[in-house]
Design a protein around this ligand. Sequence first.
Ligand code: C5J
Length: 221
Amino acid sequence: MDEIEVPAQPDAFPFVPGKTALVVIDMQRDFIEPGGFGAALGNDVSRLQPAIEPVAKLLALFRAKGWPIVHTRESHLSDLSDCPPAKRKGKPGLRIGDIGKMGRILVRGQPGNAIVERCAPMKGEIEIDKPGKGAFYATALGTILDRKGITHLVFAGVTTEVCVQTSMREANDRGYVCLVVEEATESYFPEYKSAALSMIRAQGGIVGRTANLADLEKALA
Ligand code: C5J
């Protein structure tokens, strides 16, 4: 199928149907709802909620086209053997693995670790549990994408400057052509979202490109 040019910054994103996947990073209750990991770190979790509807729209768009979708969850094994001490910091009772309002914080399979209902994975979509910030570190994501012949990735999710940006940088190092959809990502800190998007666009798109959801929808209509 022919390439579709999506208006983006600093230049157009060449969307290649059949070779492009949507990667939705960590749209989990642990980050977005009160009582999870994000709140334990002292964040105002309501700041992430504006990303929910744009992510749901992107999911609907890719589902309607039948294009591949990846959902990630930042999560740890229940024995925390994949959680280095450097990551498990903070006050006792509020650390990874401690019992919070939605079960054990950031532990695989716990209620808080689930993806918010509006963005929940559907049957056949790829689900990746990742112990790090990046989606490629200690996961099978690279192998799965290679097997599918994916070369282009559209990123969404939370938080912009932590797991989204880390995953995009990992993807860029692995040779993927990357785009992040501005409305479909949020940070607890608006200034960090803005800075992360600026960094991505800087230097001729050093690790990727950014686009508005409306421009992506129009280009794919
Ligand atoms: C964080 C993430 N912020 N998903 N994780 O610790 O961005």
